[in-house]
Design a protein around this ligand. Structure first.
Ligand code: 13P
Ligand code: SF4
Length: 355
């Protein structure tokens, strides 16, 4: 269905065709909406200025109401903007946490606040549920860097070497793999195979970081995250020179010379935990921009330095699009039946390893 401006008369007419008129939200910021969402605003007041809340609050209320009607849950990755992450999400986390929670979801509908490969993972683990992604164009440069055919060619080039695949890939690629991994369990997954050599795809930098943590020889691919590859060691050194007390923590999708400058490296959830555990007075999170906002909500004593690299794919997911998802039940994630079983097996092998 073609999108029309949320709240316009045309949109209202379309919404009334699929919902009883009493359930079509009017999206005005009324005193009732303000009162009903006040407890949620309190949570985000440190990162969302009061002048912006009237724009978000009607959507927050409408989405939370419609989740009940549709028996839906919203899963939100740590890179979602704070009004999504804090005000409409039922589950938040890194890729591994979202995959695990997706496996447990008992709602009929899952709305993925994240990018397409995450929604595919949710669908693989919930084949009988409707999985919706608010914008089908929310892709990922890593997922786009490799195809199933590329994996078959790698297997021919390295016969008998097992393939470990980062979850940031299409179902097609997962289907050609022995096991999946995320940035929070990659070392453990690689070592679980008992092999001397593994092929680890598609993130060259994650693979290089894992190589520093294990004796298993790692053969990799040339995929990069378009957000993390933009950070440079020079810029981090400049931050440290201007403030020697700043703690720098980096995601393993960053280039090796950037990781070398960091005080800690880990997945998005490990970065959050590091800030919680260490309570630094000033920290620089070398990762997608919204993470700092979401961590700042829970860390009132920490100042965040924000070198702002946004993921354009993650930022396609907005409150109006989540609302449209729930009203029009779009965009449904469909996976080629030929790849569902082998792709699910690769994800489940990873999840089972963590039990
Ligand atoms: P995490 O698994 O660490 O959340 O990373 C996912 C991602 O896309 C990072 O760019
Ligand atoms: Fe992909 Fe990078 Fe965006 Fe994560 S931040 S979804 S790895 S492009």
């Amino acid at each position: 269905m073609e999108s029309v401006h949320t709240g316009s008369p045309e949109w209202e007419a379309k919404a009334q065709a699929v919902l009883p008129p009493s359930l079509v939200p009017d999206l005005a910021y009324t005193p009732e909406v303000a009162a009903e969402t006040a407890h949620l605003y309190e949570r985000v007041a440190r990162v969302i200025p009061p002048v912006e809340w009237p724009r978000f609050a009607p959507y927050v209320k409408a989405i939370n109401d419609l989740k009940q009607v549709r028996n839906a849950v919203v899963l939100a990755h740590n890179y979602m903007t704070p009004e999504i992450y804090n005000c409409v999400a039922d589950v938040v986390g890194d890729s591994l946490q979202l995959a695990r929670e997706a496996a447990k979801a008992d709602a009929e509908v899952i709305v993925q606040g994240g990018v397409h490969f995450m929604a595919e993972t949710s669908k693989l683990l919930n084949p009988d549920k409707k999985v919706l992604i608010p914008d089908l164009r929310a892709g990922c440069s890593l997922a786009e860097s490799i195809t199933g055919e590329d994996v078959r060619a790698l297997r021919e080039a390295y016969p008998g070497v097992p393939v470990v695949t980062y979850v940031n890939t299409s179902a097609d690629v997962k289907a050609e793999s022995d096991i999946c991994c995320t940035s929070s369990n990659a070392v453990r997954v690689v070592e679980s195979l008992g092999a001397k050599r593994v092929i680890m795809i598609p993130d060259e930098f994650l693979a290089k970081w894992v190589q520093t943590q294990t004796d298993v020889e790692i053969i990799t691919w040339k995929g990069h995250c378009e957000v993390h590859e933009r950070f440079t060691a020079e810029e981090l050194r400049a931050y440290r020179e201007s403030d020697p007390g700043v703690k720098i923590i980096a995601h393993p999708e960053c280039p090796p010379e950037v990781i070398d400058e960091a005080d800690f490296t880990g997945s998005t959830s490990s970065m959050i935990k590091w800030v919680e555990d260490n309570q630094p007075s000033k920290v620089l999170l070398v990762t997608e921009c919204s993470m700092s906002d979401n961590v700042a909500v829970e860390a009132p004593n920490t100042e965040f330095v924000r070198p702002c690299n946004l993921c354009p794919h993650m930022k396609r997911i907005t409150l109006p699009k989540i609302l449209d998802s729930l009203i029009f039940m779009k965009e449904e994630v469909i996976i080629d039946p030929a790849v569902i079983e082998p792709a699910r097996a690769a994800v489940e092998r990873m999840i089972n390893l963590n039990h």
